[in-house]
Design a protein around this ligand. Sequence first.
Ligand SMILES: Nc1ncnc2c1ncn2[C@@H]1O[C@H](COP(=O)(O)OP(=O)(O)OP(=O)(O)O)[C@@H](O)[C@H]1O
Ligand SMILES: [Mg+2]
Length: 255
Amino acid sequence: MNLDKELIINDLDKIFPLPEGIGSLRVLDKISLQLDRGEIIAILGPSGCGKSTLLNILAGFEKPNKGEVYFKGTPVTKPTSQIGMVFQSAVLFPWLTVKGNIAYGLRFKKYKDKEIDTICQQHIHLVGLEGFEKYYPNQLSGGMQQRTALARILALEPKVLLMDEPFASLDAQSRITMQQLLLSIWSQIQPTIIFVTHDVEEALVLADNVYIMSKLPGRITHKIKVPLGRPRPISVIGTAEFSKIKGDILTLLFS
Ligand SMILES: Nc1ncnc2c1ncn2[C@@H]1O[C@H](COP(=O)(O)OP(=O)(O)OP(=O)(O)O)[C@@H](O)[C@H]1O
Ligand SMILES: [Mg+2]
């Protein structure tokens, strides 16, 4: 095994029983990926091809039928705070404030109250929510809820961030703001990121490598190295290089 790699995904198969109890559905077929520390990859693929299932296995929420996941050489078989997941809609506790939501997971880590205050403040600053510490989720916009969800995961200091279409429910402008926020956070703490999206532009703005999955059973059909430098401001979308690679990926997705 290549121990230089942060995350190794080796030959994963996932088969679900059909709801009627007879027969089964092969969802993932021989998925193998290797990520360097701090690498950002995006996964594109048709609806229902197994992207969320793959992330659930990487997070330790689901078990594969075959294959293994290694984080820094250690098998991942159950959820760990080293690997954090951000979902499509922000999963927040409605009865807790922004600060309360961020503090929640920290209380299980046996931090002292003062340390929790400091970590909360750092992460509220990181996601730009100063002044909203005492707001409840129903008093926040969708983008602010997603910032809170991101801060809550980042406060636990995961080394790997799994992001399952996290900005899909946001309007176009908030989405771009969140993409740039994520890149700014990445430049500060450099987590390894697996980002699932349906949006080719989003994949290209964020990722070092883009992987394309087939329809069921989900297989990795292509890996595209994104030939764009960092930092990657939003203006990159207007460049000829960006249009060219976007066209190439759309052709692969729809051919
Ligand atoms: N717990 C489960 N039991 C049975 N079948 C499941 C289960 N979870 C997912 N599936 C099936 O696995 C397939 C892949 O689902 P998954 O949610 O991973 O797709 P996806 O690529 O994330 O789709 P989308 O882009 O729409 O989010 C679907 O056919 C789904 O019905
Ligand atoms: Mg999904």
